[in-house]
Write a protein of this length. Structure first.
Length: 129
């Protein structure tokens, strides 16, 4: 989940997936990660080395996105509540006239990979009074 599926999906599929990720509870991304591993199960099980596994999990592969998205919803529906990831509501930022630029990614690369054509920018947002 470090790259939020940018490494494994083409831009159009990534955008469609994120339509679902953003319109569902935050825990939906956990189901997406698990469903992706289930979707790639045969290829992962056939891998003969750690390098082959890493290639499968970090390189763009053709995927039937509609089947993948259906698998995410099915997994969420079939997961018992006792095994479901916790639902944490998104926290709002405190009211302010200016929101400072994001300065870090939890100690990770400051320029995470993004799908081709999607620029990464750091902006200051000035809200109207």
């Amino acid at each position: 989940m470090q790259t939020a599926f940018t490494d494994v999906l083409v831009k159009s599929d990534w955008l469609k997936l994120w339509d679902h990720l953003l319109t569902n509870p935050p825990s939906f991304i956990y189901y997406a990660a698990a469903a992706y591993l289930m979707y790639m199960r045969d290829a992962l099980m056939a891998a003969r080395s750690e390098g082959e596994v890493m290639a499968l999990l970090t390189q763009n592969r053709p995927i039937n996105l509609n089947a993948f998205i259906r698998a995410i919803y099915k997994l969420r529906q079939q997961t018992p509540e006792s095994a479901a990831p916790p639902e944490h509501p998104l926290q709002t930022l405190p009211a302010s006239d200016v929101y400072l630029p994001f300065q870090g990614y939890g100690g990770h690369d400051l320029h995470p990979p993004t799908p081709a054509g999607i620029p990464v920018a750091c902006v200051v947002i000035h809200l109207p009074r």
